[in-house]
Every structure is written in C-alpha cells, then in structure tokens.
Design a protein around this ligand. Structure first.
Ligand SMILES: Cc1ncc(COP(=O)(O)O)c(C=O)c1O
Length: 481
C-alpha cells in the first residue's frame, strides 16, 4: 500500500467545501491575524501531500480496512475496556453547538456547556461518593498526577512536611508508582497475598509518620476487588495519610460500590474507557478527578480563574479539559440511567466470570483462583514449559481467527500473562465462539507448536520486529530530495 506522500502529485488540488450547517462558517473572523515574528516563520512552504479528495478518501478507507477496532470483532484488551460505545454519544459530540464553541467565549453564551459540566459533576460524584470534581486532566495518568498533588497540597497546608512516602501495592497499575515518583514522593511497594489481595501485615509494617498516602487500583490489575478495603483505608488514615483510588477500572463496580464509601479521599475516573469515549490510539481522554470536601480547596483553578481558591494547586491543563469526552460521558449516563449503570457493571463482571470459567474448562490456567471482576489473567507458564508456545504465540494465533489479542505480559507479576476483558457489550454467543477458538489454539499448541510459533498466517503483516520498531521508530516520511 502506498503512503499518502507517494500518492501526491504537485498541483493536484482538494477542494474543501464550507460546512453548510455551521452558522459561524460564513462570518468574517473576529480575531485579527497575528504578526508572527520572522524568527518563527517558515523559510519554505511545508511539503504537504497534494491529492484529490477522491484519492484522500480511498486512502483512509483502505487504511481503516487494514486496522482492527471494536466494530470489527472481539477486542478483549484487558485493563483498557475496549467496549462498544453507542453511536448516539458520537452524534451528540458532533453537534456543532458543542463543537463550534471557544473556551474564551463570554460565559453567558455557553450555558449549555456549563450544564454539561454541572451534570457530569453531579452524576459522577453520585457514582463515586465524592463531593467535588475537576475535568481538567486529559487522561488517567494525568488524573493521578492531579490527585496526588491534591494530597501533597493538603499535607503542606497543615505544615506536615515529613510525609514523603506513597504506598503502592504491587498489583497497582504501573502509572501509580510513576505518578507518586513524579510528584516527588518515595514509593513503597507492598506485596500481594497469593489470592491477589493487599498483604495487611505488610501494610501495617509499612505505614508511619512519613506516610503521605496510599494509591490503590481497585479492582486491581489482576481483576480482583480487595476484600479488606475498609481495613486498608483505616490503616492509612490512622497513620495520618490519605487514600487515592485509581478508578480506571470502575467498569466493574459503577452503580454498585463507591470509592467514597470505601474510605477514599480522592479518585480518578477514565471517562475514555468506562464512560463511553473509545479508548486507545492516543485520542483525547478525560481523567476526571473527584475528591472529598477536605481536598476541595486544592482543586485545579479554572482557566478563567473563577473557581480558584487561594490554596488551589493551579491549572493542570489549559481551559476546561477535553470537553467532548465529558459530553459523551453525560450522554452515556443519561441513556443508561441509574439502573443501567449498575447493570452494565454487573454484566461486565458476569461476562468475565463466564469466559474465565469456560477458558479453565478448555484447559487454560488462570493466574488467580475464584471469582474475578471485569477481567481475568491467564498464566501460560505451564503451556510454555510443556510446548514452548508462549503467551505471545497464543496472542498471534488469535489474529488468524479475526480476534484482537488480549493484553500481553501485563500485569508484570504474572510472567506469561494474557489479560482478558470481554466487557458488558459482548453477547454470550460471541464469548462462546471465542472460547471455542481458544480451545482450538490450545490443542494446536500441543499437537503442532510450530504453527503457533509462526502465527499469524493470514494477516497483512505477520510478526514485525518489535524491538527494532521500539528502538528505531521511523515515523516521518523521508523525501528523496
Ligand atoms: C488501572 C489504570 N490506571 C491508570 C491508567 C492510565 O490511564 P491513561 O492511559 O488514560 O493515562 C490505566 C489505563 O488504561 C489503567 O488501566
């Protein structure tokens, strides 16, 4: 397939028509052209591809046909919640009354957008049990960063300068320790028990006057909810620390259990996975952060300074964050309603347990026994030892059956890990079919391991050199002259 630069012919044009539906489109711009200082001006015109609209449209259609998304087939990428998102949310997020606004417009001209934020805060505080929420953070990890800065500001406001450590269980998402370190904290890791819970004795031994807080991913990265959650938050509070809830996995508990009721002081949500914006591909996200009243004075200031308290940590993103992601979340919540939110979580957990059970019956080994939440982890160490077929080989074999592989080699505490998250939007028939395929792959692994080592056989690209791609990425077109 040719790159768009290779399709380019000098002088070939592409006429873009003014959108007929936008009342703003025909107006003269109100903002005068800026004088860009000569030092910042290009010396040469950029070499953009010159193609006709027809070529352009065919090029991207072809690219789309060669990629794989939730609308193409089963996509069980664990820890990512790749679920089908109702198209109505996209329709609403594309309404020009939402897309054609500017964050610096006078406030009295944007009551609709303000209502969207007010509704999002009301619904999501209700779901999390928090008192206030900011929508500035642009992703989950950014939300964590914001939340830990709130904790830091809280301790600083009390003159409590000795609290320099954040405790992070080893079943946490990798962004948790990274966030704590970025905020200037020492990270103390706590081991999990064999059934995937926080080791309470280790936690009690770890807390002290230097404890600033705890970051808990819940359900954690092995798909388990911690049964000692109230004890965990109590231990941290007794030591004078605060509790942070990584709520990126809220798909499993929304409408059923609330971080605020579990004793958490601050949490983030990934609106771009749990609440309907398609996740993955690096698109815009929203790591909304909710907190209890004690942390409210430290919340990020709004871009316009209207809600800034003197104790605010300041702005963490320009303007209001990714508004259209928040809008999709509101549309999603309004269509589901209270009972629908709960039902989505219950179905996600039911589907994961149904699939886990079927995979165990097929002969796969799960890393952790018992009931899981919305995702589960297979441990393929035994298969690798007996046949040489690795988790990567199994994942590659799935591609030949039109199934996107699950998350591989994560969490790190399981060595040959495959992490499945079927989500609530898959039917029983689809899950049954996938489990049949997985049983077939297991059979092939024992009977003809080479077929797995060389998979995929039917895709456009087989096995790219992943190390080379990571170490020597070529992401820019090189012109001949
Ligand atoms: C449990 C958990 N925490 C945090 C994150 C980070 O979110 P993001 O990728 O939006 O930064 C993720 C990613 O999906 C996650 O699964």
């Amino acid at each position: 397939m040719k790159l768009i630069f290779e399709l380019s012919k000098p002088g070939r044009g592409n006429q873009v028509l003014t959108p007929y539906y936008s009342p703003l489109a025909s107006r003269e711009p109100e903002i005068p052209e800026a004088d860009i200082p000569a030092a910042f001006q290009r010396k040469q015109a950029p070499r953009l591809p010159e193609v006709s609209e027809n070529d352009l449209s065919r090029h991207y259609n072809l690219l789309a046909r060669r990629s794989f998304g939730v609308c193409d087939g089963f996509y069980p990428l664990g820890s990512c919640t790749m679920k089908y998102n109702p198209k109505i949310n996209e329709v609403i997020a594309n309404l020009f009354k939402f897309t054609d606004i500017h964050p610096l417009q006078p406030k009295h001209t944007t009551p609709g957008c303000q209502t969207v934020y007010a509704l999002a805060e009301k619904y999501l505080c209700g779901i999390t049990g928090m008192d206030a929420m900011t929508f500035q953070p642009a992703a989950g990890a950014h939300g964590e960063f914001t939340g830990i800065l709130l904790i830091k500001a809280y301790h600083a406001s009390r003159g409590d300068a000795g609290r320099k450590t954040i405790i992070v269980p080893d079943s946490a998402h990798g962004t948790n320790p990274a966030t704590a370190a970025m905020c200037g904290y020492n990270v103390r890791s706590i081991a999990s028990t064999p059934d995937g819970m926080v080791d309470l004795d280790a936690l009690r031994a770890a807390v002290g006057p230097d404890t600033a807080g705890l970051m808990l991913t819940n359900p954690n990265t092995i798909g388990k909810i911690d049964k000692n959650i109230l004890e965990i938050t109590q231990i941290i509070h007794d030591a004078g620390g605060l509790c942070y809830y990584d709520g990126a996995n809220l798909n499993a508990v929304m409408g059923v259990a609330r971080p605020g009721d579990m004793g958490f002081d601050v949490c983030h949500l990934n609106l771009h996975k749990t609440f309907s914006t398609p996740h993955g591909g690096g698109g815009p996200g929203s790591g909304a952060v909710g907190c209890k009243d004690i942390l409210k004075p430290f919340l990020p200031a709004s871009a316009l300074g209207e809600t800034a308290s003197p104790q605010s940590i300041g702005q963490v993103k320009n303007f209001y964050g990714n508004f259209l992601v928040v809008l999709r979340a509101v549309a999603y919540l309004m269509t589901l309603g209270n009972s629908g939110v709960r039902e989505a979580a219950q179905t996600a957990v039911l589907n994961a347990n149904y699939m886990k059970q079927k995979m165990e019956q097929a002969g796969y080994v799960c890393a952790y026994p018992g009931i899981c939440m919305h995702e589960f982890v297979l441990d393929l160490a035994k298969l690798k030892k007996e046949t040489g077929v690795s988790a990567l080989d199994v994942a590659k074999s799935m591609l030949d059956h039109g199934i996107h592989p699950p998350t591989m080699y994560f969490p790190l505490i399981v060595h040959e890990a495959l992490m499945f998250e079927p989500t609530e939007t898959e039917s029983r028939e689809v899950i049954d079919e996938v489990c049949e395929v997985m049983a077939g792959i297991l059979k092939t692994a024992y009977e003809n391991p080479d077929a797995c080592h060389t998979a995929p056989h039917d895709t456009v690209i087989g096995r790219p050199d992943e190390t080379k791609a990571a170490r020597n990425p070529v992401v820019r077109y090189q012109f001949d002259a």
